[in-house]
Design a protein around this ligand. Structure first.
Ligand SMILES: [Zn+2]
Length: 112
């Protein structure tokens, strides 16, 4: 099986509900999404998918320069964001795993 991996950054603001501490206040992150897409077949092109195509798709769906609390009904934790993007991307590509990092130290992964 082949797995291709793409990374894309986006900047967004959020605040956390159901939480006591610094993160209940509005603040921002430079997020990183890491998308893993797998295929058991390799087309003649030698590419599972064109990286450019996936990159363009991610740019369309990522909430760059948005306040996540205004965009989504769910509490915008990295856990919920990873699951959300997994479900969205799965409609178009055979995604195996989505990681959402809010900085270099902290992130969440959702996988099938
Ligand atoms: Zn935060």
């Amino acid at each position: 099986m082949w797995t291709i991996t793409l990374k894309q950054n986006f900047s967004a603001a959020h605040f956390l509900k159901e939480y006591k501490g610094k993160c209940e206040e509005l603040h921002g992150h430079n997020y990183l999404i890491v998308v893993h897409i797998s295929s058991k077949k390799l087309p003649k092109s030698g590419m599972v998918y064109d990286f450019r195509e996936i990159k363009d798709y991610l740019k369309q769906i990522l909430p760059d320069h948005k306040c996540l609390n205004n965009v989504y009904k769910f509490n915008p934790t990295t856990e919920n964001l990873a699951k959300y993007f997994f479900e969205v991307i799965r409609k178009k590509y055979p995604v195996k795993k989505v990681e959402i990092w809010e900085n270099e130290q902290q992130g969440s992964t959702y996988s099938a």
